[in-house]
Design a protein around this ligand. Sequence first.
Ligand SMILES: NC(=O)c1ccc[n+]([C@@H]2O[C@H](COP(=O)([O-])OP(=O)(O)OC[C@H]3O[C@@H](n4cnc5c(N)ncnc54)[C@H](OP(=O)(O)O)[C@@H]3O)[C@@H](O)[C@H]2O)c1
Length: 381
Amino acid sequence: MKAVVYDRYGPPEMLRIEDVPMPTPGPGQVLVRVAATSINLSDWETLRGTPAYSRIGGIRTPRHHILGSDIAGRVEAIGDGVTGLERGDDVYGDNLSLKGGFAEYAVAPASALAVKPAQLTFEEASTIPQAGPIALQGTAGAGRGSRMLINGAGGGSGSFAIQLAKRLGAHVTGVDNAEKLEFMRAVGADAVLDYRTHDFTRAGQRYDLILDLVAHRSMFACRRALTKGGRYRIVGGTTRALLRALTVGFVVGRATGRRIGVLAVKAGPARFRPLTDLVVAITPDRAAGLLRVRAEAATTAQTGVEMEALTAASVAALTVYDMVKGVEKGVEIRSVRLVSKSGGKSGDWTRASDDGAARRPARRPGDRVAGRVGSKRKRPS
Ligand SMILES: NC(=O)c1ccc[n+]([C@@H]2O[C@H](COP(=O)([O-])OP(=O)(O)OC[C@H]3O[C@@H](n4cnc5c(N)ncnc54)[C@H](OP(=O)(O)O)[C@@H]3O)[C@@H](O)[C@H]2O)c1
Protein backbone atom coordinates (compact mmCIF):
# COMPACT_ATOMS: atom_id res chain seq x y z
CA MET A 1 0.00 0.00 0.00
CA LYS A 2 1.05 3.61 -0.34
CA ALA A 3 1.71 5.72 2.71
CA VAL A 4 3.13 9.08 3.66
CA VAL A 5 6.15 8.14 5.77
CA TYR A 6 8.95 9.83 7.70
CA ASP A 7 11.97 8.49 9.60
CA ARG A 8 13.27 11.58 11.36
CA TYR A 9 11.76 14.48 13.23
CA GLY A 10 11.94 17.66 11.23
CA PRO A 11 10.24 19.91 8.72
CA PRO A 12 7.56 18.78 6.25
CA GLU A 13 10.30 17.86 3.78
CA MET A 14 10.80 14.74 5.92
CA LEU A 15 7.55 13.37 4.52
CA ARG A 16 7.58 11.18 1.43
CA ILE A 17 5.21 8.77 -0.24
CA GLU A 18 6.32 5.14 -0.33
CA ASP A 19 5.07 1.62 -0.84
CA VAL A 20 5.00 -0.08 2.54
CA PRO A 21 3.72 -3.48 3.70
CA MET A 22 0.06 -3.66 4.54
CA PRO A 23 -0.40 -3.76 8.32
CA THR A 24 -2.25 -6.67 9.87
CA PRO A 25 -4.60 -6.28 12.81
CA GLY A 26 -3.61 -7.90 16.09
CA PRO A 27 -5.96 -8.97 18.86
CA GLY A 28 -8.53 -6.29 19.58
CA GLN A 29 -7.60 -4.38 16.42
CA VAL A 30 -9.16 -3.84 13.03
CA LEU A 31 -7.74 -2.97 9.62
CA VAL A 32 -9.38 0.14 8.16
CA ARG A 33 -9.27 1.16 4.53
CA VAL A 34 -8.79 4.86 5.10
CA ALA A 35 -11.11 7.09 3.11
CA ALA A 36 -10.33 10.36 4.87
CA THR A 37 -8.01 11.70 7.51
CA SER A 38 -7.80 15.05 9.21
CA ILE A 39 -4.66 16.77 10.37
CA ASN A 40 -4.37 17.88 13.94
CA LEU A 41 -1.76 19.98 15.65
CA SER A 42 -0.64 16.76 17.34
CA ASP A 43 0.40 15.47 13.88
CA TRP A 44 2.40 18.61 13.28
CA GLU A 45 4.03 18.30 16.70
CA THR A 46 4.88 14.62 16.14
CA LEU A 47 6.35 15.48 12.75
CA ARG A 48 8.56 18.17 14.27
CA GLY A 49 9.31 16.30 17.49
CA THR A 50 8.48 19.37 19.49
CA PRO A 51 7.20 20.09 22.16
CA ALA A 52 9.16 17.42 24.01
CA TYR A 53 6.05 15.44 24.95
CA SER A 54 5.53 14.63 21.27
CA ARG A 55 8.61 12.36 21.51
CA ILE A 56 7.09 10.08 24.10
CA GLY A 57 7.93 6.55 22.93
CA GLY A 58 10.49 7.79 20.41
CA ILE A 59 13.05 10.14 21.84
CA ARG A 60 15.53 10.14 18.96
CA THR A 61 13.43 8.89 16.07
CA PRO A 62 9.67 8.71 15.64
CA ARG A 63 8.02 5.70 17.17
CA HIS A 64 5.48 5.50 14.36
CA HIS A 65 6.61 6.24 10.84
CA ILE A 66 3.19 7.10 9.48
CA LEU A 67 1.38 10.07 10.98
CA GLY A 68 -2.37 10.55 11.05
CA SER A 69 -4.53 10.05 14.14
CA ASP A 70 -8.00 10.91 12.93
CA ILE A 71 -9.31 8.43 10.42
CA ALA A 72 -12.56 7.56 8.72
CA GLY A 73 -12.94 4.56 6.46
CA ARG A 74 -14.22 1.03 6.00
CA VAL A 75 -13.31 -2.00 8.11
CA GLU A 76 -11.43 -4.47 5.92
CA ALA A 77 -10.31 -7.09 8.44
CA ILE A 78 -10.90 -7.91 12.08
CA GLY A 79 -8.38 -9.13 14.66
CA ASP A 80 -9.05 -11.76 17.31
CA GLY A 81 -11.46 -10.88 20.05
CA VAL A 82 -13.07 -7.88 18.34
CA THR A 83 -16.74 -7.51 19.03
CA GLY A 84 -19.12 -4.81 17.91
CA LEU A 85 -17.47 -4.14 14.55
CA GLU A 86 -17.67 -6.13 11.36
CA ARG A 87 -15.95 -6.19 8.03
CA GLY A 88 -17.61 -3.60 5.81
CA ASP A 89 -18.59 -1.24 8.63
CA ASP A 90 -17.91 2.43 7.99
CA VAL A 91 -16.05 3.76 11.00
CA TYR A 92 -14.21 6.81 12.31
CA GLY A 93 -12.02 7.50 15.32
CA ASP A 94 -8.87 8.98 16.84
CA ASN A 95 -6.01 6.49 16.42
CA LEU A 96 -3.63 8.55 18.55
CA SER A 97 -1.82 5.54 20.03
CA LEU A 98 -0.90 3.88 16.70
CA LYS A 99 -1.42 6.69 14.16
CA GLY A 100 -0.97 5.53 10.53
CA GLY A 101 -3.86 7.46 8.99
CA PHE A 102 -1.80 9.04 6.19
CA ALA A 103 -1.94 5.78 4.28
CA GLU A 104 -4.33 3.65 2.33
CA TYR A 105 -4.86 1.28 5.24
CA ALA A 106 -4.37 1.67 8.98
CA VAL A 107 -4.64 -0.63 11.94
CA ALA A 108 -6.52 0.75 14.93
CA PRO A 109 -7.79 -0.59 18.23
CA ALA A 110 -11.47 -1.42 17.77
CA SER A 111 -12.08 0.47 21.01
CA ALA A 112 -10.95 3.73 19.38
CA LEU A 113 -13.54 3.52 16.61
CA ALA A 114 -17.25 4.12 16.26
CA VAL A 115 -19.62 3.34 13.41
CA LYS A 116 -19.91 6.42 11.21
CA PRO A 117 -23.38 7.92 10.94
CA ALA A 118 -24.62 7.68 7.36
CA GLN A 119 -25.46 11.39 7.42
CA LEU A 120 -21.80 12.39 7.55
CA THR A 121 -19.24 12.03 4.77
CA PHE A 122 -15.96 10.34 5.62
CA GLU A 123 -14.24 13.72 5.46
CA GLU A 124 -16.69 15.29 7.84
CA ALA A 125 -16.50 12.40 10.27
CA SER A 126 -12.71 12.49 10.25
CA THR A 127 -12.66 16.02 11.62
CA ILE A 128 -14.42 15.13 14.86
CA PRO A 129 -12.66 12.41 16.93
CA GLN A 130 -9.66 14.33 18.27
CA ALA A 131 -10.83 17.93 18.19
CA GLY A 132 -14.33 17.10 19.41
CA PRO A 133 -13.44 15.80 22.87
CA ILE A 134 -11.00 18.69 23.40
CA ALA A 135 -13.74 21.17 22.57
CA LEU A 136 -16.41 19.39 24.60
CA GLN A 137 -14.29 18.96 27.72
CA GLY A 138 -12.64 22.35 27.30
CA THR A 139 -15.97 24.17 27.30
CA ALA A 140 -17.45 22.30 30.26
CA GLY A 141 -18.37 24.94 32.81
CA ALA A 142 -19.16 27.65 30.27
CA GLY A 143 -22.70 28.87 30.74
CA ARG A 144 -25.17 31.67 30.34
CA GLY A 145 -23.67 34.94 31.44
CA SER A 146 -20.13 33.61 31.74
CA ARG A 147 -17.22 35.07 29.82
CA MET A 148 -14.92 32.61 28.10
CA LEU A 149 -11.68 33.17 26.20
CA ILE A 150 -10.27 30.55 23.85
CA ASN A 151 -6.62 30.93 22.91
CA GLY A 152 -5.92 29.30 19.53
CA ALA A 153 -9.62 29.49 18.74
CA GLY A 154 -9.24 29.56 14.97
CA GLY A 155 -7.95 25.99 14.79
CA GLY A 156 -9.57 22.60 14.83
CA SER A 157 -10.53 22.23 18.47
CA GLY A 158 -11.00 25.97 18.89
CA SER A 159 -13.54 26.39 16.15
CA PHE A 160 -15.65 23.61 17.64
CA ALA A 161 -15.14 25.11 21.12
CA ILE A 162 -16.37 28.56 20.08
CA GLN A 163 -19.59 27.06 18.79
CA LEU A 164 -20.12 24.83 21.80
CA ALA A 165 -19.52 27.67 24.26
CA LYS A 166 -21.94 29.86 22.35
CA ARG A 167 -24.57 27.13 22.50
CA LEU A 168 -24.07 27.08 26.28
CA GLY A 169 -24.79 30.80 26.36
CA ALA A 170 -21.31 32.15 27.13
CA HIS A 171 -19.81 35.36 25.80
CA VAL A 172 -16.83 34.10 23.78
CA THR A 173 -13.58 35.81 22.90
CA GLY A 174 -11.45 34.03 20.32
CA VAL A 175 -7.71 34.61 20.03
CA ASP A 176 -5.76 33.63 16.93
CA ASN A 177 -3.85 35.24 14.10
CA ALA A 178 -5.26 38.06 11.98
CA GLU A 179 -6.18 35.79 9.09
CA LYS A 180 -8.56 33.81 11.28
CA LEU A 181 -10.41 36.67 12.93
CA GLU A 182 -13.17 36.68 10.35
CA PHE A 183 -13.50 32.91 10.53
CA MET A 184 -13.81 33.00 14.33
CA ARG A 185 -16.54 35.61 14.05
CA ALA A 186 -18.29 33.53 11.42
CA VAL A 187 -18.53 30.56 13.77
CA GLY A 188 -19.88 32.73 16.55
CA ALA A 189 -17.14 34.49 18.55
CA ASP A 190 -18.43 37.70 20.14
CA ALA A 191 -14.98 39.27 20.28
CA VAL A 192 -11.73 38.37 18.54
CA LEU A 193 -8.09 39.23 19.17
CA ASP A 194 -5.02 38.86 17.00
CA TYR A 195 -2.40 37.20 19.17
CA ARG A 196 0.39 38.81 17.20
CA THR A 197 -0.70 42.29 18.18
CA HIS A 198 -2.66 41.77 21.39
CA ASP A 199 -1.69 40.03 24.60
CA PHE A 200 -5.00 38.97 26.13
CA THR A 201 -3.50 38.95 29.60
CA ARG A 202 -2.78 42.67 29.30
CA ALA A 203 -5.99 43.81 27.63
CA GLY A 204 -7.68 44.57 30.95
CA GLN A 205 -10.47 42.02 30.46
CA ARG A 206 -11.18 39.20 32.87
CA TYR A 207 -12.71 35.85 32.04
CA ASP A 208 -14.49 33.16 34.02
CA LEU A 209 -13.01 30.44 31.83
CA ILE A 210 -9.90 30.42 29.67
CA LEU A 211 -9.21 27.46 27.41
CA ASP A 212 -5.62 27.61 26.20
CA LEU A 213 -4.89 25.36 23.23
CA VAL A 214 -1.42 26.79 22.59
CA ALA A 215 -0.16 27.90 26.01
CA HIS A 216 3.17 29.62 26.50
CA ARG A 217 2.59 32.42 29.00
CA SER A 218 3.57 32.69 32.65
CA MET A 219 0.98 31.60 35.15
CA PHE A 220 1.04 35.05 36.78
CA ALA A 221 0.00 36.61 33.48
CA CYS A 222 -2.80 34.09 33.06
CA ARG A 223 -4.02 34.67 36.58
CA ARG A 224 -4.35 38.37 35.74
CA ALA A 225 -6.92 37.57 33.06
CA LEU A 226 -9.13 35.48 35.35
CA THR A 227 -12.05 36.62 37.46
CA LYS A 228 -12.06 35.58 41.09
CA GLY A 229 -13.12 31.94 41.05
CA GLY A 230 -12.22 31.74 37.35
CA ARG A 231 -10.61 28.74 35.72
CA TYR A 232 -7.67 28.49 33.32
CA ARG A 233 -7.21 25.19 31.51
CA ILE A 234 -4.28 24.29 29.30
CA VAL A 235 -4.80 21.64 26.66
CA GLY A 236 -1.60 22.05 24.67
CA GLY A 237 1.37 24.36 24.34
CA THR A 238 5.00 24.45 25.32
CA THR A 239 6.27 21.83 27.75
CA ARG A 240 7.37 24.68 29.97
CA ALA A 241 3.88 26.15 30.13
CA LEU A 242 2.38 22.75 30.91
CA LEU A 243 4.86 22.13 33.72
CA ARG A 244 4.36 25.63 35.08
CA ALA A 245 0.61 25.16 35.14
CA LEU A 246 0.98 21.94 37.12
CA THR A 247 3.34 23.50 39.65
CA VAL A 248 3.41 27.30 39.99
CA GLY A 249 -0.02 27.63 38.42
CA PHE A 250 -1.62 25.32 40.90
CA VAL A 251 -0.12 27.22 43.83
CA VAL A 252 -0.80 30.71 42.41
CA GLY A 253 -4.34 29.70 41.59
CA ARG A 254 -5.01 28.30 45.01
CA ALA A 255 -3.54 31.33 46.74
CA THR A 256 -5.63 33.80 44.74
CA GLY A 257 -8.96 32.00 44.54
CA ARG A 258 -8.57 30.82 40.94
CA ARG A 259 -8.04 27.42 39.39
CA ILE A 260 -5.14 26.92 37.01
CA GLY A 261 -4.29 23.54 35.55
CA VAL A 262 -3.86 21.17 32.66
CA LEU A 263 -6.87 19.49 31.13
CA ALA A 264 -6.02 15.86 30.39
CA VAL A 265 -8.49 15.23 27.62
CA LYS A 266 -10.26 11.88 27.68
CA ALA A 267 -10.47 10.40 24.20
CA GLY A 268 -12.51 7.67 22.55
CA PRO A 269 -15.94 7.11 21.02
CA ALA A 270 -17.85 7.88 24.21
CA ARG A 271 -16.15 11.30 24.22
CA PHE A 272 -16.52 12.23 20.56
CA ARG A 273 -19.96 10.79 19.79
CA PRO A 274 -21.84 13.56 21.62
CA LEU A 275 -20.40 16.12 19.21
CA THR A 276 -21.18 13.87 16.24
CA ASP A 277 -24.75 13.54 17.47
CA LEU A 278 -24.99 17.29 17.71
CA VAL A 279 -23.60 17.72 14.21
CA VAL A 280 -26.06 15.19 12.84
CA ALA A 281 -28.95 16.74 14.74
CA ILE A 282 -28.33 20.10 13.14
CA THR A 283 -27.54 18.62 9.76
CA PRO A 284 -29.29 21.26 7.68
CA ASP A 285 -27.16 23.94 9.32
CA ARG A 286 -23.88 22.23 9.50
CA ALA A 287 -22.50 23.81 6.38
CA ALA A 288 -22.79 27.10 8.16
CA GLY A 289 -21.76 25.83 11.51
CA LEU A 290 -19.99 23.10 13.32
CA LEU A 291 -18.37 21.44 10.36
CA ARG A 292 -16.92 24.42 8.64
CA VAL A 293 -13.96 22.95 6.88
CA ARG A 294 -10.98 25.11 6.15
CA ALA A 295 -8.44 23.66 3.89
CA GLU A 296 -6.44 24.26 0.83
CA ALA A 297 -4.78 22.05 -1.69
CA ALA A 298 -2.18 23.30 -4.10
CA THR A 299 -1.80 21.64 -7.44
CA THR A 300 1.18 21.48 -9.64
CA ALA A 301 1.07 20.55 -13.28
CA GLN A 302 1.23 17.21 -14.96
CA THR A 303 4.17 15.60 -13.26
CA GLY A 304 3.03 15.87 -9.74
CA VAL A 305 0.62 17.09 -7.21
CA GLU A 306 1.47 18.69 -3.96
CA MET A 307 -1.16 18.90 -1.31
CA GLU A 308 -1.03 21.40 1.42
CA ALA A 309 -3.04 21.02 4.54
CA LEU A 310 -3.28 24.31 6.21
CA THR A 311 -3.36 24.61 9.90
CA ALA A 312 -6.67 25.20 11.36
CA ALA A 313 -5.41 21.77 11.31
CA SER A 314 -7.96 19.37 12.49
CA VAL A 315 -10.57 20.79 10.29
CA ALA A 316 -8.48 20.34 7.23
CA ALA A 317 -9.86 17.01 6.13
CA LEU A 318 -7.97 15.28 3.41
CA THR A 319 -9.04 12.39 1.30
CA VAL A 320 -6.36 9.78 1.55
CA TYR A 321 -7.34 8.45 -1.82
CA ASP A 322 -6.30 11.73 -3.33
CA MET A 323 -3.33 12.07 -1.10
CA VAL A 324 -1.63 8.82 -1.88
CA LYS A 325 -2.97 7.83 -5.25
CA GLY A 326 -3.29 11.04 -7.13
CA VAL A 327 -6.45 11.64 -9.01
CA GLU A 328 -5.86 9.82 -12.22
CA LYS A 329 -3.35 7.47 -13.68
CA GLY A 330 -0.17 9.23 -14.53
CA VAL A 331 -0.60 11.86 -11.86
CA GLU A 332 1.63 11.10 -8.96
CA ILE A 333 1.62 12.94 -5.68
CA ARG A 334 5.18 13.85 -4.89
CA SER A 335 4.76 15.09 -1.43
CA VAL A 336 2.30 16.10 1.18
CA ARG A 337 3.19 19.26 2.93
CA LEU A 338 1.87 20.22 6.29
CA VAL A 339 2.24 23.90 5.79
CA SER A 340 3.84 25.95 8.46
CA LYS A 341 1.20 27.43 10.58
CA SER A 342 2.31 30.96 10.79
CA GLY A 343 1.70 33.11 7.83
CA GLY A 344 0.00 30.48 5.71
CA LYS A 345 -2.99 31.57 3.71
CA SER A 346 -6.16 29.65 4.20
CA GLY A 347 -9.14 29.07 2.00
CA ASP A 348 -12.57 28.52 3.40
CA TRP A 349 -14.25 25.42 2.21
CA THR A 350 -17.56 24.25 3.45
CA ARG A 351 -18.79 20.78 2.75
CA ALA A 352 -22.52 20.70 2.61
CA SER A 353 -23.33 17.35 1.13
CA ASP A 354 -23.81 13.88 2.51
CA ASP A 355 -21.97 12.22 -0.28
CA GLY A 356 -18.83 14.28 -0.53
CA ALA A 357 -17.89 15.17 -4.05
CA ALA A 358 -21.28 14.82 -5.63
CA ARG A 359 -22.93 17.90 -4.13
CA ARG A 360 -20.35 20.39 -3.13
CA PRO A 361 -21.22 24.03 -2.67
CA ALA A 362 -20.45 26.31 -5.54
CA ARG A 363 -16.98 27.76 -5.66
CA ARG A 364 -15.52 30.69 -7.41
CA PRO A 365 -13.03 30.13 -10.22
CA GLY A 366 -9.58 29.80 -8.78
CA ASP A 367 -10.77 28.50 -5.42
CA ARG A 368 -8.47 25.89 -4.06
CA VAL A 369 -9.85 23.20 -1.87
CA ALA A 370 -8.68 20.16 0.02
CA GLY A 371 -8.52 17.02 -1.96
CA ARG A 372 -9.18 18.75 -5.22
CA VAL A 373 -6.06 17.88 -7.06
CA GLY A 374 -7.43 17.63 -10.53
CA SER A 375 -10.60 17.51 -12.46
CA LYS A 376 -10.93 13.77 -12.83
CA ARG A 377 -11.54 12.99 -9.25
CA LYS A 378 -12.23 9.44 -8.19
CA ARG A 379 -13.25 8.17 -4.85
CA PRO A 380 -12.75 4.85 -3.15
CA SER A 381 -15.53 2.45 -3.97
N1 LIG B 1 -4.48 17.33 26.39
C1 LIG B 1 -4.67 16.36 25.50
O1 LIG B 1 -4.99 15.27 25.90
C2 LIG B 1 -4.51 16.64 24.03
C3 LIG B 1 -4.80 15.66 23.05
C4 LIG B 1 -4.64 15.99 21.69
C5 LIG B 1 -4.20 17.27 21.32
N2 LIG B 1 -3.91 18.15 22.32
C6 LIG B 1 -3.46 19.52 22.04
O2 LIG B 1 -4.62 20.28 21.74
C7 LIG B 1 -4.21 21.47 21.09
C8 LIG B 1 -5.24 21.82 20.06
O3 LIG B 1 -4.86 21.50 18.79
P1 LIG B 1 -5.68 21.82 17.47
O4 LIG B 1 -5.63 20.56 16.66
O5 LIG B 1 -6.95 22.48 17.75
O6 LIG B 1 -4.67 22.88 16.87
P2 LIG B 1 -4.77 23.79 15.55
O7 LIG B 1 -5.93 23.35 14.73
O8 LIG B 1 -3.43 23.87 14.92
O9 LIG B 1 -5.14 25.20 16.19
C9 LIG B 1 -4.25 25.94 16.94
C10 LIG B 1 -4.48 27.40 16.58
O10 LIG B 1 -3.72 28.21 17.48
C11 LIG B 1 -3.13 29.26 16.74
N3 LIG B 1 -1.96 29.75 17.43
C12 LIG B 1 -0.65 29.43 17.27
N4 LIG B 1 0.11 30.11 18.14
C13 LIG B 1 -0.74 30.88 18.87
C14 LIG B 1 -0.54 31.82 19.92
N5 LIG B 1 0.67 32.11 20.40
N6 LIG B 1 -1.63 32.42 20.45
C15 LIG B 1 -2.88 32.15 19.98
N7 LIG B 1 -3.11 31.28 18.95
C16 LIG B 1 -2.05 30.65 18.42
C17 LIG B 1 -2.81 28.61 15.41
O11 LIG B 1 -2.64 29.61 14.43
P3 LIG B 1 -1.31 29.79 13.54
O12 LIG B 1 -1.74 29.44 12.16
O13 LIG B 1 -0.95 31.20 13.69
O14 LIG B 1 -0.25 28.88 14.08
C18 LIG B 1 -4.04 27.74 15.19
O15 LIG B 1 -5.07 28.45 14.53
C19 LIG B 1 -2.80 21.22 20.62
O16 LIG B 1 -1.92 21.98 21.44
C20 LIG B 1 -2.56 19.74 20.88
O17 LIG B 1 -1.23 19.44 21.22
C21 LIG B 1 -4.08 17.87 23.64
